[in-house]
Design a protein around this ligand. Structure first.
Ligand SMILES: *[C@@H]1O[C@H](CO)[C@@H](O)[C@H](O)[C@H]1NC(C)=O
Ligand SMILES: *[C@@H]1O[C@H](CO)[C@@H](O)[C@H](O)[C@H]1NC(C)=O
Length: 212
């Protein structure tokens, strides 16, 4: 029953969200010898790419932090120029050292129905030099329509990314079929919104709560 409701609910958006034919790209070269410890702290989203072309928010940042139960990623953003919001995911750290850049993010929504409580998404580090730039992507595949969706973060340690770092950051994108001309530069002109929401909300970069 629930499945049917969910399907009806999500059928339309599925077509808008999953736009690239086939499965997620595989055999993608990720950052070699990735060192999570050097990746810590705050990153600004300098550019992003969303395969469905939606721009849902501005002023996005990503910050890694340690809690007694693990390492978490706080992704914050400004919605509609008015609301400062954030979502927190737990990093699922691969056990094999050679897979160090193959991270996943796990979101837990305590009040959601059982099937939607825990959601896991890839969070793959394609390239980084730790001090200036990082290129991260996620991909979701829909079996229902045999298409996938990609989101790319071009992250910068400083609010603006220098030209050399940008070149290095965008280089790996051809591997996942992202045309760098379609990257959107984040607007940081209005990053002091009126309202701060102090609760963890749904991420906008991973929009499908369950595999479809
Ligand atoms: C997440 O980051 C935002 C922006 O830096 C901050 O306002 C918020 O307090 C952080 N949330 C937590 C739980 O650390
Ligand atoms: C992002 O910022 C631009 C420019 O200020 C604004 O036009 C747009 O509405 C903002 N988008 C969102 C989702 O807040």
């Amino acid at each position: 029953m629930f499945k049917i409701i969910l399907l009806v609910f999500s059928f339309n958006p599925v077509f808008g969200y999953f736009t690239i034919p086939g499965r997620c790209p595989d055999n993608v070269d990720l950052q070699e010898h990735f060192r999570l410890a050097d990746f810590y702290g705050k990153w600004y989203q300098a550019y992003h790419y969303s395969s469905d072309g939606q721009q849902l928010n501005n002023c996005s940042t990503i910050e890694l932090m340690t809690r007694p139960s693990g390492i978490y990623v706080n992704q914050s953003r400004v919605d509609l120029g008015l609301f400062h919001r954030f979502n927190i995911g737990k990093l699922d750290i691969p056990s094999k050292i050679e897979d160090a850049s193959k991270l996943d993010l796990i979101f837990v929504f305590k009040n959601a129905p059982r099937r939607l409580k825990t959601r896991k998404y890839p969070f793959r580090i394609m390239a980084t030099n730790y001090n200036y730039y990082a290129t991260v992507y996620t991909c979701q595949y829909s079996q229902l329509i045999d298409k996938h969706a990609i989101y790319v973060w071009i992250l910068s340690r400083n609010p603006t990314l220098n030209a050399v770092s940008k070149e290095l950051a965008i280089k790996p994108l051809q591997q996942i079929g992202v045309d760098t001309a379609t990257l959107v530069k984040d607007d940081r002109s209005q990053c002091t919104p009126k309202y701060y929401e102090d609760v963890h909300v749904e991420p906008t970069t991973f929009r499908f709560p369950v595999p479809i």
